[in-house]
Design a protein around this ligand. Structure first.
Ligand code: NAD
Length: 325
């Protein structure tokens, strides 16, 4: 049993990760600002799930905490708190991305200099690649070419991980690829499709829908992250965490529509800057270093997410979604 700090533990990925860590017998310390009611419920769910004394929730902005003191109380850290979202990172939005993804991460790494931690796993993103992958799966060692300020902020976070690794901080970064599943953030694609099906605004279909994403189920992301905590990775290591199977936006819309038995209402809108044509993870490093492979088929993962919002999701409906191998 060890004590793990999960920053952003009340968020989309964080809540599932905390549940898993509690199930594995770890003591979990969550730090999250918990900005709205939806996430407030998440904390209540976690509290119900935890055995007495195994969960501590600190409702605070990380920037306001005594980080060295916090880190001295735990054995390991998963740093998920940050400002996600490509489109919000343009214009003045970048100030928040700089503060949340860069400055706060540096403060945490600095505090880790004096803490006897086993490891710090930092959340990076496929957005660091931009179009660097071309038409195929992208390996961690290509030159990064982010095409959004968000991608730049996460690439900078990774460089900080590298700089502090040289000073002995046991930090590593995981590059998550388009995560979906239970509690998905409302600004993300599948959650917006659900909203459109529930009578909310139609799904904004950017461009022609042929842009593709390597969509990764949250359970697979949680498994990879839990393994990274124990894998004794060389400090400074970065690892892709994806499904390795990109799917186009049009195909995703089709799959969600088939599972719900009705098409997702869409509104065509112009393509926006910052969105790459494709994301596609090469997973050989994850397999080699973490012994990890994604397990969740897209149809099962979508059914799981949609079942949270609809009772009539088709149980075993076959999907006619063409997939690349
Ligand atoms: P999320 O917004 O659901 O969770 C982040 C949580 O961090 C939120 O609950 C928020 O309240 C908290 N937080 C943010 N800043 C904080 C601060 N200063 N102090 C305390 N709490 C703070 O996001 P998510 O989708 O779960 O993403 C988690 C991490 O993974 C982020 O760093 C994100 O950039 C990264 N990531 C996510 C995806 C994805 O597809 N969801 C893909 C790549 C990378």
């Amino acid at each position: 049993m060890s004590s793990v700090l999960v920053t952003g533990g009340a968020g989309f990925i964080g809540a599932s990760l905390c549940t898993r860590l509690l199930d594995d017998g770890h003591r979990v310390v969550v730090v999250d600002r918990v900005p709205d009611a939806r996430r407030g419920r998440t904390v209540a769910e976690l509290a119900e799930h935890a055995d007495p004394g195994m969960l501590e929730v600190v409702v605070a902005d990380l920037a306001d905490l005594d980080l060295p003191a916090l880190l001295r109380r735990v054995d390991a850290v998963v740093h998920l708190a940050g400002r996600p979202g490509v489109q919000t990172s343009w214009a003045d939005g970048f100030d928040d991305h700089l503060q949340e993804n860069v400055a706060l991460s540096q403060h945490l790494l600095e505090a880790a200099l004096d803490a006897p931690l086993r490891t710090i796993v930092m959340a990076s993103s496929s957005s660091v690649y931009g179009e660097a992958g071309g038409d195929g799966p992208v390996r961690e060692d290509v030159a990064l070419r982010p095409i959004s300020p968000y991608g730049v902020s996460k690439a900078t976070l990774e460089m900080l991980v590298g700089a502090y690794a040289l000073r002995g901080v046991p930090a590593v970064a995981l590059r998550y690829f388009s995560v979906y599943g239970r509690r998905q953030r409302p600004d993300m694609a599948v959650a917006r499709m659900v909203e459109a099906l529930r009578g909310g605004p139609p799904f904004p279909l950017r461009g022609d829908g042929t842009q593709s994403r390597d969509m990764t189920h949250v359970d697979d992301v949680v498994e990879a992250t839990a393994r990274a905590l124990d894998a004794n990775l060389r400090p400074g290591t970065v690892v892709n965490v994806g499904s390795g199977r990109p799917i186009s936006l049009a195909e995703t819309l089709d799959a969600v529509g088939q599972l719900c038995g009705r098409p997702v209402p869409v509104e065509p809108v112009s393509a926006v800057p910052g969105d790459p044509r494709q994301t596609w993870a090469d997973l050989s490093r994850a397999e080699r270093l973490l012994g990890w492979q994604p397990r969740t088929a897209l149809v099962d993962g979508l059914r799981d997410q949609l079942s949270c919002d609809f009772t009539d999701v088709r149980p075993g409906s076959p999907l006619s979604v063409p997939r690349r191998s």
